[in-house]
Design a binder for this molecule. Structure first.
Ligand code: ZN
Length: 443
């Protein structure tokens, strides 16, 4: 299968040729084989499919490095609560009342929502009973993603608690299954939830599993003051200190949030090569605090970007999240230069790829990389005329400017139309499922 993109301005995120005007891209069997001037596409003959991108802007597909897609079913339930109250009153009671069919319907809607804002790869954090449903939905659609197998082991209500051996066993089965069947498009990793809700033993076993299969260890780390305090009272240590002393921090560790950290903890994260996943909208919405992202960047810590769950964001719009990421740190430090549009776009693309150890395959547009692209139509009232494509993307565009989304060389959305299913049917199904789920939970 060959797909050619003709015309348009390509923002490659590759230092060698960052912006190509009147560009052309050729993808063969899921891999980019040519990036350059449009005129040179002729040398490759007639592709199976062509997309005319004249006047449009082509970016690498965005990587949403942290989400909980099942939460599309309970957006705005329990509004205006802090993290722990919101988990106890909303997320845990609702999540334990879902069926596998519900979670599958939620995942399909979650993927559509991600695609609509230009996401081509999502790290979806899920609870034990429903690990496989998002993977199944991603697989059928041809989406790219990582399933982070979450579990709570202690300090939570009995109905939420799952023994780590059960969760990790399920996780291992899926790691093996999808390594064999998804051609590298889908990955699976262990994800014990907050350190305060997990035993040392479970964290160590998770690390062992991650090492065995060279996959990630995904942990909500130092998310809010209250969860850090719970761990402090249990162990006398703050989140990052605790994880460091256990020996689980390394360059495959994904530290989700990392908001409430000391300078020493920032240094520990930097020295270990761990990756931060920054979720500014969720941190703001839950009043969790401001992650010291400019300081992480100064210490050369890799920072990727996530929306977090659609019930604590309250959507999965990565374009909106980019603007929040930039503006939050500018106002927090009262310095507009403290983070740039280019740095935020790096977070949503190449830094996300680095966090997944896939910077040779994802995160920029270059020969040999996967054909994961997003095409923006900036000929809209909010964006015309584009003087600076990256500034225009981060500060002026909205997800409504996302026109076409390609994953692995397959067009999943064209001219804002989802190609793989009836979008309205997916919305209707999730709408019904969400209503029933709330009724069942008695909320
Ligand atoms: Zn989360």
């Amino acid at each position: 299968m060959e797909l050619a993109i003709r015309g348009g301005t390509i923002i490659t995120m590759d230092e060698k040729q960052p912006i190509i005007k009147n560009g052309g891209i050729l993808i063969q069997d899921g891999r980019i084989v040519f990036v350059g001037n449009r005129s040179r596409l002729r040398e490759y003959g007639s592709p199976d499919k062509q997309i005319d991108a004249m006047g449009k802007f082509v970016f690498p597909g965005f990587i949403n490095a942290h989400a909980h897609m099942f939460q599309v079913l309970f957006r705005n339930v329990g509004v205006d609560l802090d993290l722990l109250d919101w988990l106890r009153q909303v997320v845990w009671p609702l999540t334990t009342n879902l069926t596998r069919k519900d979670v599958y319907a939620a995942a399909r809607l979650g993927i559509v929502e991600n695609i609509k804002s230009g996401v081509t790869c999502v790290v979806d954090n899920q609870y034990p009973r429903y690990y496989e449903e998002p993977l199944r939905a991603m697989d059928e659609i041809g989406f790219r993603g990582v399933l982070a197998c979450g579990f709570h082991e202690s300090g939570v209500p009995e109905y939420v608690r799952v023994e780590s051996d059960i969760a990790l066993n399920r996780c291992e089965i899926l790691i093996r299954k999808y390594a064999q069947t998804s051609n590298g498009r889908l990955r699976v990793c262990p994800a014990p939830m907050h350190p305060c809700f997990t035993s040392e033993e479970a964290l160590l076993k998770s690390k062992e599993l991650a090492d065995k299969y060279e996959t990630y260890l995904h942990v909500h780390t130092a998310e809010s003051e209250r969860d850090v305090k719970i761990l402090l009272s249990k162990t006398g240590k703050r989140d990052v200190e605790f994880l460091h002393d256990l020996g689980v921090l390394d360059n495959r560790f994904l530290a989700i949030h990392s908001v409430n950290v000391t300078q020493r903890e920032i240094n520990l994260l930097a020295r270990s090569g761990s990756h931060i996943v920054h979720n500014p909208v969720s941190n703001m919405y839950l009043g969790s605090g401001v992650a010291p992202v400019p300081e992480y960047m100064r210490k050369k810590v890799n920072v990727a970007l996530g929306t977090d769950g659609p019930a604590s964001n309250c959507n999965q719009d990565i374009v909106e999240t980019m603007k929040f990421a930039a503006c939050l740190h500018k106002v927090h430090l009262m310095n507009p230069s403290v983070i740039t549009a280019q740095e935020v776009l790096q977070m949503a693309t190449i830094n996300g790829a680095k966090a997944l150890g896939m910077e040779d395959k994802l995160g920029s547009i270059g020969v040999g990389k996967y054909g994961d692209l997003v095409i923006f139509d900036m000929f809209k009232p909010n964006t015309v005329h584009v003087h600076d494509p990256v500034g225009s993307l981060v500060y002026s565009a909205t997800s409504e400017n996302v026109d076409t989304v390609i994953v692995d060389g397959n067009v999943l959305m064209e001219n804002r139309r989802i190609t793989f299913a009836d979008e309205e049917a997916i919305l209707k199904e999730a709408d019904l499922v969400a209503l029933r789920a709330l009724q069942r939970a008695g909320l």
